[in-house]
Design a protein around this ligand. Structure first.
Ligand code: MN
Ligand code: MN
Length: 326
């Protein structure tokens, strides 16, 4: 029997606080690695926050999440899912970025994910601000628009900024719908809240057919009904999961660019993500972890743990959709 090199280093060979930190202690596999074709799910950092309009720092998210993600273990106690047994997972490192050029960064990030997708590797990413989801979706949707389960305090479907500028972390999903990357009728946004600049500001997405479950409706419905509604909206088609940590209450995730009080709890978020098991998931991200606003490091732990929860349901989907050996 061959040794599976894609298992995390066990904590009884090297303690989990020791060694070089990789995402979830997985092997680091670069795009030029001869074993690239064996990878099913690539964990990726996107160290870039050039789309941030207010408090920056999410560019430092991947490194801190990589560090704290060494706390992750192998089996999800609640679901029994064991992602590293279902799929070959690897830390693919960080994407190339250009910290002083937004458009160049979008192109570099998209090119990186293009190579992953060409190698049939499903991406699970840690940002970075939320604009990084746009180049990821550009690379991921070459076969047509997909659905999305989007956790956030904000809809991120704004149009322009400072006149006519189209690309910020408040606009990725408007651009993604305009570009035909997302099918708005298969998009559900969960946890939306916070004050607006004007009362008509946030209606564009719903006019396109997005199902918005704001935090008040979330609490009226309860987690189980929200899960059922999210599953109804996205259906059986290919679906992406995007988790902005500001969906959580700032009590749980203070280290983020645009905190909004009155958010969901970490346990509610875990139950919601677990409820996505069985969908046709093709990738996901956790974004907006901003270490400079996270003095205790708790937000990075939340980000790493939610990344593991998404990995569990993603690995289950990727495993089920693997082409069967002839
Ligand atoms: Mn967002
Ligand atoms: Mn947000």
């Amino acid at each position: 029997m061959t040794v599976n090199k894609f298992l995390p280093i066990t904590g009884s060979v090297m303690p989990r606080y020791a060694g070089v930190a990789t995402l979830m202690r997985l092997p680091w596999i670069g795009l030029d690695d001869p074993d690239l074709h064996q990878v099913d799910i690539g964990l990726v950092g996107v160290p870039w926050d050039g789309g941030t309009t207010n408090r920056p720092g999410a560019r430092h998210g991947p490194r801190q999440v990589r560090d704290i993600s060494t706390m992750v273990r192998n089996v999800n106690r609640a679901s029994g899912l064991a992602p590293f047994a279902l799929c070959n997972c690897a830390d693919m490192g960080d994407t190339p970025v250009n910290p002083v050029d937004l458009m160049d960064s979008l192109a570099r990030i998209e090119a990186f994910y293009g190579q992953l997708c060409a190698a049939n590797i499903a991406p699970l990413s840690v940002g970075g601000d939320h604009l990084v989801s746009l180049p990821i979706l550009r690379a991921l949707t070459k076969k047509g628009p997909i659905g999305m389960v989007h956790f956030d305090a904000h809809t991120d479907t704004w149009d322009r900024y400072f006149g006519d500028f189209k690309y910020t972390h408040g606009t990725p999903f408007r651009r993604a719908i305009e570009e035909g990357l997302l099918d708005p009728k298969r998009v559900v946004q969960i946890g939306i809240r916070g004050a607006l600049y004007s009362d008509a500001e946030d209606t564009w997405g719903q006019e396109q057919g997005i199902r918005v479950i704001d935090i008040d409706e979330f609490h009226r419905m309860g987690v189980e009904a929200v899960v059922a509604e999210a599953r109804r909206v996205v259906g059986d088609g290919a679906t992406y999961v995007s988790f902005d940590v500001d969906a959580l209450d700032p009590v749980y995730a203070p280290g983020t660019g645009t905190p909004e009080i009155g958010g969901m709890t970490t346990l509610e978020a875990q139950h919601l993500v677990r409820g996505l098991q069985g969908l046709h998931l093709v990738g996901g991200d956790v974004v907006e972890v901003s270490p400079p606003f996270d003095p205790s490091g708790s937000t990075a732990l939340v980000g790493a743990t939610l990344m593991f929860e998404i990995l569990c349901v993603l690995a289950d989907s990727v495993h089920r959709h693997k082409p069967q050996a002839a």
